[in-house]
Design a protein around this ligand. Structure first.
Ligand SMILES: NC(=O)c1ccc[n+]([C@@H]2O[C@H](COP(=O)([O-])OP(=O)(O)OC[C@H]3O[C@@H](n4cnc5c(N)ncnc54)[C@H](OP(=O)(O)O)[C@@H]3O)[C@@H](O)[C@H]2O)c1
Length: 313
């Protein structure tokens, strides 16, 4: 049988060989020969061409090469087969590294100290402790829960927001639209780890930013978005940074990626930009997970990490 690897960018050969080494009995391909469409039983995708999957009559399941599936579900012709996303300790750990890094950098005034260092100025700044701050995590899924646990270990108070009501030890959990307002109003640092769905698109707008806590131990609220760029309005974040409504931001994702060189966010002194690297998908680790799932599914076992298509994640 054939496994089709359909990714945008230059990574397709890497994923192909990582998967092929674990599924030696299969043809693992990045492009189909004429007539090969009918032999494809699984597809492994990242921003696949719209219509591509609909042309595969024997397709049994689609694997996203990341935790998010907005790029898969955006194809209006997507066939009615199970969609599987990545749930992996490796990916989760990488995301928590990024979140802890950014939260600690904001807490410990990394920007201000880098400026002082550049000016060779020996000066100390008033420093709140972690326990003086509350971090609000929007999205309490695989990634949000792990980040919450690690931030709690460091002493931060943690709140969270989910679509459905949840219980999470040591975390004040809010849900629904009213819950969002409450979570924003009490959080000194807001971390966004939401999926991009029809409900969350454009969520981080002027109203959202205006609803963030005003007086915080850091002099104002801080936003960290490592979910998806479509969750935010870049221009509203920029305006909030300019007006002082937002003290600082760490952004890993943007409405347009790559972020155009002309974007003022690159140069804003209180915005820290990374190029969608918060949690990279490691081909070696994730190919092993996908190969295991395919082998199990062919033997009649159930897939794990299934996406609820109506919820969009
Ligand atoms: N920047 C990067 O490098 C990178 C890497 C990996 C992933 N990501 C992003 O991170 C996202 C989260 O991943 P995950 O594995 O944690 O996802 P997940 O396990 O599916 O969790 C999603 C969380 O978001 C909540 N949620 C969804 N829609 C909501 C809404 N309308 N209102 C409030 N809460 C809502 C869910 O609520 P319930 O608990 O009620 O279901 C759940 O808690 C991915 O979708 C992807 O976009 C980014």
């Amino acid at each position: 049988m054939t496994i089709l690897v359909a990714t945008s960018g230059a990574s397709a050969p890497t994923w192909r060989s990582a998967l092929a080494s674990r599924l030696p009995q299969d043809a693992v391909v990045t492009a189909l020969e004429p007539g090969q469409d009918a032999t494809v039983d699984y597809a492994v995708v990242w921003h696949q061409e719209p219509g591509l999957l609909n042309a595969l009559p024997e397709l049994k399941a689609v694997f996203s090469l990341g935790a998010g599936v907005d790029h898969v579900l955006s194809d209006p012709t997507l066939p009615d087969v199970p969609i599987v996303r990545i749930v992996s300790d490796d990916l989760t750990g990488r995301m928590s590294e990024y979140i802890v890094w950014r939260v600690l950098d904001h807490l410990r005034q990394g920007r201000a100290y880098r400026d002082l260092e550049a000016a060779a100025r020996w000066e100390d700044l008033p420093q709140p402790a972690a326990h003086a701050l509350r971090v609000g995590i929007l999205g309490l899924g695989e990634l949000g829960r792990d980040a919450a646990a690690k931030l709690r270990v460091l002493g931060f108070k943690v709140s969270g927001w989910s679509r459905t009501p949840r219980r999470l030890e040591g975390v004040e959990v809010h849900s629904g639209r009213d819950g969002l307002a409450a979570c924003l109003a009490q959080s000194d640092i807001v971390v966004v780890l939401l999926p991009l769905t029809h409900e969350t698109r454009g969520l981080i707008d002027a109203a959202f930013l205006g609803g963030m806590k005003r007086r915080t131990p850091l002099g104002g609220p801080v936003l960290i978005n490592a979910g998806r760029g479509g969750l935010q309005k870049d221009a509203d974040i920029l305006a909030a940074l300019e007006s002082g409504l937002l003290m600082e931001a760490s952004l890993d994702v943007f409405e347009e990626e790559p972020l155009p060189p002309t974007s003022p966010l690159w140069r804003h002194p209180r915005c820290f930009v990374t190029p969608h690297i918060a949690a990279a998908s490691d081909p070696d680790v994730l190919s092993a997970l996908i190969a295991d799932q395919i082998t199990r599914h062919r033997a009649g076992g159930a897939l794990t990490g299934l996406v609820d298509r109506s919820a969009g994640y």
